[in-house]
Design a protein around this ligand. Structure first.
Ligand code: M6R
Length: 600
């Protein structure tokens, strides 16, 4: 949440900062700002709204070879111009951008800054005011920065400019991600390598509680005690074309369309030279040794976890619990002797999941992260990582990462099953190939999804998704997709549960999207559809070849029943996309949300 950029070099920094912020807009987009070191002082431009709104107020003739920038997802204080970053101290010597949450900002304000007037309602402002105060009391900027960091509780990624120290950006992080990018005659700072791929692909990873002094000729990493740290850069292996929309109107549509290719990439990535599915032996050992698995995740990744439980239990025979990460850390169940924790996270940065990882590491338990982002916090801090190979997912609504999570979880379960001597009775590689084709067939039938969106969702205020067994979990994901991008109130239910209360909400014309891909419960779900139809609902049934009945709105090609969620979710993604388009919603950047949720 929130994105940070910085540039120090020989060129005008404005355009590099603005372009970088455009790439980070997925992290938050309610307000934005840049500060540019401009001859005698620092000029700040900030605006409520998107980067485009900021761009419109940035004055062309302000030139500066050092600058910092920020795109915000509000946590403290309304999304308005005053609360937008950068923030400055009273005499405007210091200018700062921050991503994260300072949990003890009230205490710092009370104990150190009671006599300092605050301009904004943010937790961030106390950081820059405190640095200013310490410097007024006689400290150097570096000392003041270090002392301030020592007082902060919470998460932060910070970039700081000092009007009197022309050639430096001061940088630090704790829990929130931040990288320094290295160039010839310039260096940059970014929350995500994507933002600065325009100028470099060489990056230095920063660790929590270091102080980093970024100058155009070099970068110095120090401990809080001032000792120098030597670190090798890494090359970011992201293709620029992966992060461009190309001819697509929206990233979400591009990412939906990429799903068959992602399936094939995952199959390849997890096959050895004999085409056998493999995972690292240490991960297999961890699964073999576990007496119980806890899957920890949020949002869409949580929904993938629900299906992952089915795979690991039904294929590999290991008991699994699935938990919402924001709850688990504060309400831990009784743990077994040898639990294994699996963290599922597209971004690998979700703070709610990280707080659990920190706690279970303290308890000495083993962890595995399944993520799309190599080198992300959850990947670095867990014992093991499995990658999704889905390529960057930019749209806030997760699509290809979800199907990639399901594919990787199925591979993990199948390989573990084999190691345990369990015969699955089917060839997963072949079945995933069939799935890739079935997904493609959905993508090729977009007009049908557009038709369903316009028939069932164009005027409704609410919508229910029902299913049984795995279809129930897919329905939860379908409902999340629809509500987050179209703002239609949507909820997913187990078909049999409706009659225990929710059926009271069914009115004449209420759309109910029912999934019927599971043979053992096909009659049951169809019975549930009859119950809601009898009360006036407008049912839309999505079934699977072999289980279809006359009147079904869509029939999916037959795939292995365990893998049907990978296919069934695709029409739901597309229906949500078209419903959002019909309502003129901002598909890629829905209101109030951000792609990477780095605050608890
Ligand atoms: O990066 P993560 O998978 O950990 O993110 C968790 C959720 O914030 C995320 O899945 C969210 O629900 C989706 N963007 C919704 O489409």
């Amino acid at each position: 949440m929130c994105g940070i950029v910085g540039y120090i070099g020989e060129n005008d920094s404005k355009e590099i900062l603005l372009k970088g912020l455009e790439k980070l807009e997925y992290r938050g987009y309610d307000s934005a700002g840049i500060a540019v070191r401009n001859g005698s002082g620092i000029t700040v431009f900030k605006e409520k709204g998107r980067i485009a709104d900021l761009r419109a107020i940035v004055e062309e003739d302000v030139f500066g070879t050092t600058g910092i920038g920020h795109t915000r997802w509000a946590t403290h204080g309304k999304p308005n111009r005053v609360n937008a970053h950068p923030h400055q101290n009273g005499n405007e010597r210091f200018t700062l951008v921050h991503n994260g949450v300072i949990e003890n900002y009230h205490h710092i304000q009370r104990d150190y800054l009671a006599d300092v007037p605050m301009e904004s309602d943010t937790d961030t402002e106390i950081i820059v005011q405190l640095i200013g105060k310490f410097v007024e009391e006689g400290m150097t900027t570096e000392e003041a920065f270090s002392k301030t960091l020592g007082l902060l509780k919470g998460s932060y990624a910070i970039a700081l400019l000092d009007a009197e120290e022309e050639e430096t950006i001061f940088v630090a992080k704790n829990k929130s991600p931040l990288l320094v990018g290295l160039g010839e005659g310039f260096n940059v700072v970014a929350s995500d390598a994507m933002a600065m791929l325009q100028v470099t692909d060489k990056f230095l990873e920063l660790m929590d509680k270091e102080i980093v002094i970024v100058r155009k000729e070099g970068v110095e990493i120090l401990t809080l005690e001032g000792e120098s740290i030597n670190r090798q850069p890494f090359t970011a292996e992201i293709d620029m074309s992966d992060i461009e929309k190309g001819t697509y109107p929206h990233y979400m549509l591009k990412e939906i369309d990429e799903q068959p290719a992602v399936m094939r990439k995952i199959i390849q990535a997890y096959q050895d030279e004999n085409d056998k599915l493999v995972i690292q032996p240490e991960i297999l050992d961890a699964l073999q040794e576990a007496d119980r698995i806890h899957i920890i995740a949020a949002g869409t990744s949580y929904h993938a976890g629900l299906i992952g439980k089915e795979y690991l239990e039904k294929m590999a025979g290991i008991p699994v619990e699935v938990h919402v990460s924001s709850e688990f850390g504060y309400n831990m169940p009784l743990l077994s002797e040898k639990p294994l924790f699996i963290f599922i996270s597209q971004s690998g940065e979700t703070a709610d999941s990280r707080q659990v990882l920190v706690k279970i590491k303290e308890l000495g338990h083993t962890s595995l992260t399944i993520t799309n982002v190599a080198g992300s916090t959850l990947s670095r801090e867990a014992d093991h990582t499995l990658l999704l190979y889905a390529g960057p997912e930019i749209a806030v609504a997760s699509t290809k990462a979800y199907t990639a999570q399901l594919a990787v979880l199925s591979i993990l379960a199948a390989v573990t099953a084999e190691a345990r001597g369990i015969d699955l009775g089917f060839n997963l590689v072949q079945e995933l190939g069939i799935v890739a084709n079935a997904i493609q067939a959905q993508i090729d039938a977009k007009e049908e999804m557009e038709q369903i969106a316009s028939e069932f969702l164009s005027t409704t205020r609410n919508c229910f998704f029902i299913g049984r067994v795995m279809d129930y979990f897919v329905g939860l994901e379908g409902a999340l997709k629809l509500k987050e991008i179209s703002y239609i109130q949507a909820e997913g239910f187990a078909g049999g549960e409706l009659k225990h209360g929710t059926i009271a909400l069914i009115e004449e014309g209420t759309p109910v999207i029912a999934l019927a891909t599971q043979e053992a419960v096909n009659l049951n779900i169809r019975g549930n559809v009859k119950e809601v139809a009898a009360r006036g609902a407008n049912p839309c049934i999505i079934s699977m070849e072999g289980l279809q009945e006359a009147g079904d709105s869509l029939v999916l090609p037959k795939v292995h029943e365990l893998l049907s969620p990978l296919v069934a979710v695709v029409p739901l993604q597309l229906i949500s996309y078209f419903a959002a388009l019909h309502r003129d919603c901002d598909v890629d950047k829905p209101r109030n949300l951000a792609k990477s949720v780095t605050v608890e």
